[in-house]
Design a protein around this ligand. Structure first.
Ligand code: HH2
Length: 272
């Protein structure tokens, strides 16, 4: 259950720390490819108060090469095994591949985070259901269409994902929605994905927001600035998302977001 696994969900904003065990992720690729480096980074995020660790073995940035399933599993499974052996917050596996999700859940991961919303390999929903694992259903598109009302497109996309989830036996309480900032959207549509979170919340599911260090932030603060300078812009976007209704923020910088979420949550509680 989302609720028993994450008892604070809905009571305060949860912070999901990003652990990319990839050589080519856009902001931290190559930094955590050795198991020891990945574990050290995970421990740092746990110390900083991460509520969830999101582990991925394939970069999803535009232009990244797809990784064979075996290679993706080989990158993430040893890290998941070592982390869960020592006790840690719930781990989500960032994959759209059913076999990787299966291996990760067997190794101790508890949540499936699918950037294709269960629609690339629908068997992933059966895998999640068999393990009783919640699923993060992210909106995505193969093409960018500036003429779209992106929130309406998300609603139609999520309807398809929810049909797959229900058919596979994933209960509604195990679904988290994510507008997928940076995936198949124009800059304006990415900004709308944050601003209009309330419309997604109205669907009745918790919402996760992932803006961390993404190009949208760079566009706003100055595209010539290095990715490492996107922290303040990222925090600003996540505070806005929290005030608009986001329940979980997926971030590289856990400590900064724990502080920001504490302040934003207190203000949100007093909003009418
Ligand atoms: N963004 C990325 C990867 N996975 N999952 C969810 N649910 N939401 C997101 O917004 C999201 C995600 C891309 O960011 P990152 O992991 O930092 O980079 P890369 O895909 O290059 O590894």
């Amino acid at each position: 259950m989302v609720l028993s696994l994450l008892p604070d969900l809905g009571k305060r904003t949860l912070v999901m720390g990003i652990l990319n065990v990839t050589p080519d992720s856009f902001s931290d690729g190559g930094r955590y490819t050795s198991i020891e480096a990945a574990l050290a980074h995970a421990r740092q995020m746990i110390d900083e108060g991460a509520d969830i660790l999101d582990i991925g073995g394939e970069s999803t940035r535009p232009g990244a090469t797809e990784v064979p399933q075996e290679e993706e599993s080989a990158r993430v499974i040893p890290v998941i095994e070592r982390l869960t052996a020592g006790g840690c917050p719930p781990i989500s596996i960032d994959t759209y591949k059913a076999a990787t999700a299966e291996a990760a859940l067997k190794a101790g991961a508890a949540i499936v985070n699918d950037v294709w919303g269960l629609q690339r390999e629908p068997d992933i929903a059966t895998v999640a259901a068999a393990h009783g694992a919640p699923v993060i259903v992210m909106h995505n598109r193969t093409d960018i269409d500036p003429s779209l009302d992106i929130i309406e497109d998300m609603k139609a996309f999520f309807e398809r994902s929810l049909t797959i989830a229900r058919k596979a036996g994933v209960p509604d309480e195990h679904v988290v929605l994510d507008p997928g900032v940076g995936f198949g959207k124009t800059f304006e549509q990415n900004v709308q994905a944050v601003a209009r979170v309330g419309e997604l919340k109205a669907l009745g599911y918790p919402v996760l927001m992932g803006t961390s260090r993404k190009r949208m932030i760079g566009t706003l603060i100055g595209p010539e600035r290095p990715v490492a300078e996107r922290l303040v812009g990222t925090v600003a976007s996540n505070v806005a998302a929290i005030l608009a209704g986001a329940d979980i923020v997926r971030v590289h910088d856990v400590a900064a977001h724990r502080d920001a979420a504490a302040v934003a949550d207190a203000i949100r509680r007093e909003m009418r």
